[in-house]
Design a protein around this ligand. Structure first.
Ligand SMILES: *Cc1c(COP(=O)(O)O)cnc(C)c1O
Length: 874
C-alpha cells in the first residue's frame, strides 16, 4: 500500500538531554569527533543503522532508551559539556575578530552545490566539497559568512552497477524534514518565500531552508512548494539533472532568488546586509543582475548600478575545460528575462554581459563565466597554474593586454582538516605530541613521531579501509545479482600489508580513470608481483549523460572482475563523503593522472596528504606548485611545458602511452621498492645509499610521510585558503564596495560617469610617436634612457590616464619578455589634446633590449590596469 501522506515525527527529548537536539541540528558534529562519538555511544547499533546521521538516529531511538540516557548522570553531564563546548565555539572571538572594522561585516557565498556531510547529499564532486570546506573553515576562523544554494529534492544520483559493469543511476527523494534543516519562517509562523516571475504569467516560488554549519548559516532554496505548478516544482529536482531551460531556471533561482532569500534572512534575523558577494563558479552569476535591479529600482542608471555591484563581487572560476562552462542560447535568456525578472534593468545590457563577443566566441551564446568575470571586479582561479591557464583562456575579454596582465589572480584550494583528518591521526598526535600541538596544528612536529607508531598508524588505517572495502564489494556484487554463496572470496579482498593505491574522483574524460589500464599486462604484473605487490581501490561517478565516462567505468570494472586480480583491485560504487573519509586515510599512495593542465586544482590528494598518504600525480593543479621532490612523486607529462626547449607535441594516444609508461616505471622502480623497505640511492627523501635489514621499517618511506605531513599540512589546509580569500579578496572588495557606496553612492556615480566618459573618448586616444634620447651606439648596463612620447588624448585629460613605458628583454620577433613598467609624466601641453610625456629608464640587463609605450585609463576606483579592457599601445 502506498501512503497518501507522510509526516516525520520529531522526537520529544526529556529535559535533561534536550541539548542533544541542538548538537544534532548544527552540522558542526560532522567534524567534531567528540560529538560524533557521543551519538555513537548513545546507541551504537542505531548509530550505524542511521548511516551516522544524528537526526535520524535520535528519531529512531526508543522511548526506553531516551529515558535510560536521561537518567544516566555521566551521559547527561557529557551532553551538557558538549553543548557548552558548542556554545563556546559559536560565540567566542576567533581569528577574524582581530581584523577590526576594515573587514566585511558579512560575506555572501553562492554555490550550486555543497558537500558538507554524507547526510546532506547536495553535491556531485570537488566543487561542492570545496564549498562545504569553505563554510566550515569560515566557521572555524570566525569569518562572518552566509552560504546560499539550492535544496535539490534528490540531490545528485546514487550509483550502482549492472551485472556487466554499466553505471546505474537512482534518485531517492529526500525528505527535508528528516535533514538537519529548519524552515525560515515569517513571524506569524508561515514559511518565508521568495518569488520570481516566469514567462507566460507563471511564477516560481521557493521556500528557504537553513542549515547551520557551525557559525555559518546556509540558505537553501526549495521550489517544491504548494502554489508552484508541476514544472516549477521540478526546478529544484536534481543537481545538474536537466539541460537548457531547466538548468537556466535553476541558475536564475540560485542567483536572483538567492539575493532575495538573503534579504528575507536579513529582515527576519537582523543579520547585516552582505558587504561582499562571492560566487563559486559561474552558476550563481545572476546574483549580480539582481543586485543591479535593486540599485536601479532606487533610481540609479545601468552604469552606476553595475559599477556599484561589481565593486563588492568576487568570481571564482573552477574549470579550464571550456565544456565545463555553462552556456545558454542568448535568445532563451532573453525570453526568461522578458518575463519581468528585472524590470528596471535593460535586457540588452544583461545579454551583453554574457555575450561571447570576442575572437573565438559565439555571439549567439550567453556564457556564465563571461558574465561572472564582467560582473566581478575581482576574479580568481583555484591554483597558481590554473590562474595562468584562466588568464590565457579568458584573455579575449581583455584585448590589447598581455596574458600575464589579465586581471584573474589565484587562490589555491585547501581542505578542511578536522573533516578530512582521520580520528586515528589526531589520537596518535595527541598521544605522542600532546593536546596543545594538536590544538595549535603544529604540523612541523610530525618529525617527532616515532617510525614505529607512524607505521602502525598507517597499517591500522589501511585495515579499517579494507574492512570497509570488503563490505562494499560484497554489497556491490549482491546488487549486481550474485548470491551470497558465490561471494566468499570477498572476505579476502585486499591485504592489510600491501601497498595500497587509491584513485577516486568524478569521471570526466580528462581525469583519465583508465590510464592505469593502458597496458593491462603491466598493471597485472604490478598487482601480482611476488614480493612487492600493489593493490588498487578505485571509485567515481560519471555524469549520467556522459557515455564516455560510463564506458571508462565499465572498462575498469570488467578488469577488476577478473578472478586472477579481483583480490588486488576493486571498484567501489557510489563514491561519496562517507566512503571518502575512510578511503583517503587508508591509502598509502594517492594517484592523480589528469591531462595537464585541465585539473584546475584537485583536492583529494590534499586529503590524502594530511593523513600521511603520498601523492603520485601529474604536475597539474595544486600539485604543480606544492610538489617539492620529497613529498611524493611527479608523473612526467608527455607534452612540453611552457618555457622548455622541446617542441615535440604528441597525439592524445601517444601522450597516454607515454604517461602511462612513466607511471608504471615510477611504481615499479621507485614507489614499491621504497614502501617495501629498500633504501634507494638518490631517491626522494634518501639520506644516502645504505642497506637496511629486510625486517626493519621502510625508513625512507616514513621520512617522506613525515615530510608530507609537516610541509603540506599547513599549505593544503582550508584555513590557509580562507585567510588568503579574506586578505587578498574579501578585504579589498569590501573597501571598494564601501568606497562606492559612500555618500549615497556618490563615488560610484562619479566612477560610472568617468568610465562612460573614458569609453566614449577612447577612440580619440593615440600614441603618435616615441623617441629615446641619450642612447649611445653601444649601450651598457647602468645607462639611462630618456623616453619621450607624443600622445593624443582627444577629449580626455592627463588625469584620466596613465602613460607608461614597458621595457625589458626582446625576442627575435621583437616581443618583450621579463618587462617592467615605468610611468611617464606630462612635460608639455602641446594643445588640442596633444601632450608630450617624458621619463627615464635604466638598462639593468645585458642582451637584446627593447621598450614600448602605452596609454591606459587611470582611476583609484579601478582594481587593475586592465580592468576596463582599454589600452592604446604605441
Ligand atoms: C575530495 C572529494 C572530491 C574531489 O576530488 P578531486 O581530487 O578534487 O577530484 C570529490 N568527491 C568527494 C566525495 C570528495 O571527498
Amino acid at each position: 500500500m502506498k501512503a497518501i501522506r507522510r509526516f516525520t515525527v520529531r522526537t520529544v527529548l526529556p529535559e535533561t538531554i534536550a541539548p542533544l537536539a541542538r548538537l544534532a541540528g548544527n552540522l558542526r558534529w560532522s567534524w567534531h569527533e567528540p560529538t560524533r562519538q557521543l551519538f555513537q555511544d548513545l546507541d551504537p547499533e542505531i548509530w550505524d543503522a542511521s548511516g551516522h546521521d544524528p537526526i535520524r538516529a535520535l528519531g529512531s531511538v526508543s522511548r526506553q532508551t531516551l529515558e535510560r540516557i536521561s537518567s544516566d548522570t555521566a551521559l547527561v553531564e557529557r551532553i551538557r559539556e558538549l553543548d557548552e563546548n558548542l556554545e563556546h565555539y559559536l560565540t567566542a572571538p576567533r581569528w577574524y575578530q582581530s581584523l577590526g572594522e576594515d573587514a566585511p561585516r558579512l560575506i555572501a557565498y553562492f554555490s550550486p552545490e555543497y558537500g558538507i556531510s554524507a547526510v546532506l547529499p547536495q553535491y556531485s564532486g570537488g566543487l561542492g566539497i570545496l564549498a562545504g570546506d569553505h563554510l566550515k573553515s569560515a566557521s572555524d576562523l570566525g569569518v562572518p559568512l552566509v552560504g546560499v544554494g539550492l535544496l535539490y529534492q534528490a540531490g545528485y544520483f546514487k550509483q550502482s552497477l549492472s551485472r556487466d559493469g554499466w553505471q546505474q543511476e537512482t534518485y531517492p527523494v529526500l525528505d527535508p524534514n528528516g535533514l538537519p534543516l529548519t524552515l525560515l519562517r515569517e513571524e506569524d509562523g508561515t514559511p518565508a518565500r521568495i518569488s520570481l516571475p516566469l514567462p507566460n504569467g507563471r511564477h516560481l516560488m521557493a521556500q528557504i531552508w537553513r542549515a547551520d554549519v557551525g557559525r555559518v548559516p546556509l540558505l537553501l532554496l526549495d521550489a517544491d512548494v504548494r502554489g508552484n505548478d508541476d514544472a516549477a516544482r521540478g526546478i529544484t529536482d536534481r543537481l545538474y539533472g536537466g539541460g537548457g531551460d531547466h538548468r537556466l531556471q535553476q541558475e536564475l533561482l540560485l542567483g536572483m532568488g538567492g539575493v532575495k532569500a538573503l534579504r528575507v534572512f536579513e529582515r527576519l534575523t537582523g543579520a547585516p546586509a552582505p558587504e561582499v558577494f562571492h560566487t563559486n563558479e559561474g552558476h550563481a552569476g545572476f546574483l549580480g543582475v539582481e543586485r543591479i535591479r535593486e540599485l536601479m529600482d532606487t533610481g540609479m542608471n545601468w552604469e552606476e548600478a553595475l559599477t556599484t555591484a561589481r565593486a563588492s563581487t568576487i568570481f571564482t572560476t573552477h574549470t579550464p575545460v571550456p565544456a565545463g562552462i555553462d552556456r545558454f542560447d542568448a535568445s532563451v535568456v532573453r525570453h526568461f528575462l522578458s518575463a519581468g525578472l528585472a524590470q528596471s534593468v535593460p535586457t540588452n545590457k544583461v545579454i551583453a554581459l554574457g555575450t561571447e563577443d570576442y575572437e573565438g566566441g559565439d555571439p549567439n551564446m550567453f556564457n556564465m563565466a563571461v558574465m561572472g568575470l564582467r560582473l566581478a571586479q575581482r576574479a580568481n582561479g583555484v591554483a597558481k597554474l590554473h590562474g595562468q591557464v584562466s588568464r590565457e583562456m579568458f584573455s579575449g575579454l581583455w584585448p590589447g593586454f598581455d596574458v600575464s596582465e589579465v586581471p584573474i589572480t589565484s587562490v589555491t584550494n585547501g581542505v578542511h582538516v578536522p573533516t578530512w583528518v582521520d580520528p586515528e591521526v589526531t589520537a596518535l598526535a595527541k598521544q605522542q605530541l600532546g593536546d596543545a600541538a594538536v590544538h595549535d596544528r603544529e604540523w612541523s612536529r610530525a618529525y617527532e613521531v616515532t617510525d614505529e607508531a607512524l607505521w602502525d598508524l598507517r597499517r591500522r588505517m589501511r585495515s579499517n579501509l579494507i574492512a570497509d572495502v570488503r563490505h562494499r564489494v560484497r554489497a556491490a556484487w549482491l546488487k549486481r545479482g550474485a548470491s551470497d554463496a558465490q561471494l566468499g572470496w570477498t572476505d579476502d579482498v585486499l591485504d592489510p600489508d600491501i601497498l595500497t593505491i587509491g584513485f577516486a574522483r568524478r569521471v570526466p574524460t580528462y581525469k583519465r580513470l583508465t590510464l592505469m589500464l593502458r597496458d593491462p599486462a603491466r598493471l597485472k604484473a604490478l598487482l601480482l608481483h611476488p614480493t612487492r605487490p600493489v593493490q588498487v581501490i578505485v571509485a567515481g561517478k560519471s555524469h549520467p549523460a556522459d557515455e564516455m565516462g560510463k564506458r571508462m567505468i565499465q572498462d575498469l570494472v570488467q578488469f577488476t572482475d577478473d578472478p586472477e586480480v579481483r583480490h588486488r583491485i576493486v571498484f567501489l560504487p557510489n563514491y561519496d563523503i562517507a566512503m571518502a573519509r575512510t578511503l583517503f586515510p587508508g591509502c598509502d599512495v594517492w594517484l592523480n593522472n589528469p591531462i595537464r593542465p585541465l585539473e584546475a586544482s584537485g583536492t583529494s590528494g590534499m586529503k590524502s596528504a594530511i593523513n600521511g598518504g603520498l601523492n603520485v600525480s601529474i604536475m597539474d593543479g595544486w600539485w604543480d606548485e606544492m610538489y617539492d621532490g620529497a613529498n611524493g612523486w611527479a608523473i612526467p607529462s608527455a607534452n612540453p611545458r611552457e618555457g622548455t626547449q622541446t617542441r615535440e607535441v604528441h597525439t592524445a594516444d601517444q601522450r597516454d602511452d607515454i604517461e602511462a609508461a612513466a607511471l608504471y616505471d615510477l611504481l615499479e622502480n621507485t614507489v614499491t621498492p621504497l614502501f617495501y623497505g629498500a633504501e634507494l640511492p638518490g631517491a626522494a627523501g634518501a639520506a644516502g645509499p645504505s642497506e637496511a635489514p629486510a625486517d626493519s621499517l621502510p625508513r625512507q618511506w616514513l621520512e617522506m610521510v613525515k615530510h608530507t605531513l609537516a610541509e603540506l599540512g599547513p599549505e593544503v589546509s582550508a584555513s590557509r585558503m580562507l585567510r588568503d580569500y579574506v586578505n587578498r579578496l574579501y578585504m579589498p572588495a569590501c573597501q571598494s564596495g564601501r568606497a562606492a557606496a559612500a555618500n549615497q553612492y556618490q563615488a560610484a556615480r562619479e566612477l560610472a560617469a568617468w568610465i562612460q566618459k573614458v569609453r566614449d573618448g577612447w577612440a580619440g586616444v593615440s600614441v603618435e610617436h616615441v623617441d629615446s634620447i641619450g642612447i649611445s651606439d653601444a649601450p651598457q648596463i647602468g645607462d639611462s634612457l630618456n623616453i619621450q612620447a607624443y600622445v593624443n588624448l582627444g577629449s580626455l585629460k592627463p588625469s584620466d590616464v596613465v602613460v607608461e613605458v614597458a621595457y625589458g628583454k626582446v625576442s627575435e620577433t621583437d616581443r618583450l619578455s621579463d618587462y617592467q613598467f615605468q610611468d611617464l609624466s606630462v612635460s608639455e601641453d602641446l594643445s588640442s589634446g596633444r601632450y608630450l610625456y617624458a621619463g627615464s629608464i635604466r638598462i639593468e640587463q645585458a642582451g637584446p633590449f627593447g621598450y614600448t609605450a602605452r596609454v591606459l585609463p587611470d582611476h583609484p576606483g579601478l582594481a587593475s590596469k586592465a580592468e576596463l579592457g582599454l589600452v592604446v599601445n604605441a
